[in-house]
Design a binder for this molecule. Structure first.
Ligand code: AMP
Length: 418
């Protein structure tokens, strides 16, 4: 039997509804902050990610779906959204319109080991604010993310972690200090971290290995290497968050897996999803656009994992309200013939109507129950002759008779009830 590709999922109707709910909430809140939606292609040139994410990132070194197409082009199914937005800024000449505030959503692809909350095709929503150097932009994007999580009813269960990885100068200094320290303890480091020591020692801060984490407790702190400017920048972001009453935990070990970040990095994490605890993550990336051959355009943004927010909503047993719907149940040939016209009238009036197409009254009532209909409209020869139809309330089981001309008004009244 043919199965979905490992690490990919069919989002069935109930789940799909939750995905759309999360995406729509995100898009509405993004729009309150002035972010407009952009959609970039899923297929991008491999060079885009090789140049932006850095050779030592997990994504580039082992997770990209990269292939040569029949025409010989070196392509990748996008593993994340920021690089594509930066590419669009350059190739569409959007640098004339700065500052730019963009929102995106869609599937991303990484060949990771699948588990709960981690898929090979997963979905992200993200925002990018391009063209603003000041910490006000960092504050704006974090505040927007927090607002979305609040709107989804999740902010109580999440922790915002924040760190500064400084400017280029701060980072170069820290890199050396960290490397010197870790070289003294090389033998105690995990194999992965030993490999990273030469190529990207900062990534070791990210290590989940308990031995590594113990060693890191006494490692030099990034904070000590921040230049006065970088320190000032970090402070402004913190003060801004405080003024907005957004709770934050400073996490000196927070670094992001990708090369293009500087200054502010942040993550919203949860205790409710096991190992996959990051739900929203981002930071500042002032060098990205110029690294890709574009003008010098600073940027800051984040992405959340839609799959993980949906899991979290399920975990917290959030209620999903189904839109009210109604079942139309004809009894006999005349009613059956009348059915499409009836259904059309109700739907044109904005009512959700389900038809079961076959079966007797009992079978059709069962289906009405199964789809969660609020009420069933039942009509046969008698009702058609009298021009009065039966409305059966499925929750209470009560039945009322309503003149045909008043059915739409009656169903609209029922649909509006909480
Ligand atoms: P990143 O682009 O790695 O910063 O990830 C941003 C967010 O996307 C994470 O916090 C997760 O919520 C989500 N995410 C990343 N990778 C996956 C994955 N393989 N499966 C599901 N969600 C993911």
């Amino acid at each position: 039997m043919l199965q979905a590709v490992k690490g990919t999922r069919d989002l069935l109707p109930g789940t799909c509804q939750k995905f759309r709910h999360v995406e729509q909430t995100a898009s509405q809140i993004a729009s309150l902050y002035g972010f407009d939606e952009i959609e970039t292609p899923i297929l991008e040139p491999a060079a885009l990610f090789l140049r932006s994410l850095g050779d030592t990132s997990d994504i580039v070194s082992k997770e990209m779906y990269r292939f040569t197409d029949a025409g010989g082009d070196d392509l990748v199914l996008r593993p994340e959204g920021t690089a594509g937005v930066a590419r669009a800024l350059i190739s569409e000449g959007l640098a004339q319109e700065l500052p730019l505030k963009l929102f995106y959503r869609g599937p991303m692809f990484r060949r990771e080991r699948p588990q709960k909350g981690r898929y090979r095709q997963f979905y992200q929503c993200g925002i990018e604010l391009l063209g603003v150097e000041s910490p006000a932009a960092d504050l704006e994007v974090i505040a927007c993310g927090y607002h979305m999580l609040q709107e989804l009813g999740l902010s109580q269960n999440l922790t915002l972690r924040l760190n500064s990885i400084g400017d280029l100068e701060s980072r170069a200094q820290f890199r050396e200090a960290l490397k010197t320290y870790l070289l003294q303890h090389r033998e105690q480091l995990s194999k992965d971290s030993q490999d990273r020591l030469e190529r990207n020692p900062l990534r070791i801060l990210d290590s989940k290995d308990p031995g590594d984490r113990k060693l890191l407790e006494h490692a030099p702190r990034l904070e000590q290497s921040l230049t006065p400017q970088a320190r000032e920048f970090f402070l402004k972001v913190q003060q801004g968050l405080q003024a907005l009453k957004i709770p934050v935990v400073i996490d000196p070990l927070l670094v992001r897996g990708l090369d293009y970040y500087c200054h502010t990095v942040f993550e919203f994490t949860t205790e409710n999803l096991g190992a996959q605890n990051a739900v929203l993550a981002g930071g500042r990336y002032d060098g990205l656009v110029s690294d890709l051959g574009g003008p010098k355009v600073p940027g800051v943004g984040w992405a959340f994992g839609t799959d993980r927010l949906v899991l979290l909503l399920d975990e917290l047993k959030s209620e999903w309200k189904r839109a009210p719907s109604f079942a139309l149940i004809p009894v006999g040939e005349r009613a059956e013939a009348e059915l499409p016209k009836m259904a059309q009238e109700l739907r044109r009036a904005g009512l959700r109507v389900d038809l079961s197409f076959s079966g007797n009254l009992g079978k059709r009532m069962k289906r009405a129950d199964k789809v969660g209909a609020t009420a069933a409209v039942i009509f046969g020869d008698n009702e058609l002759n009298a021009d009065r139809f039966q409305i059966k309330h499925l929750k209470t089981g009560t039945q009322t008779e309503v003149p045909r001309a008043q059915i739409i008004a009656e169903l609209q009244r029922l649909a509006a009830q909480p």
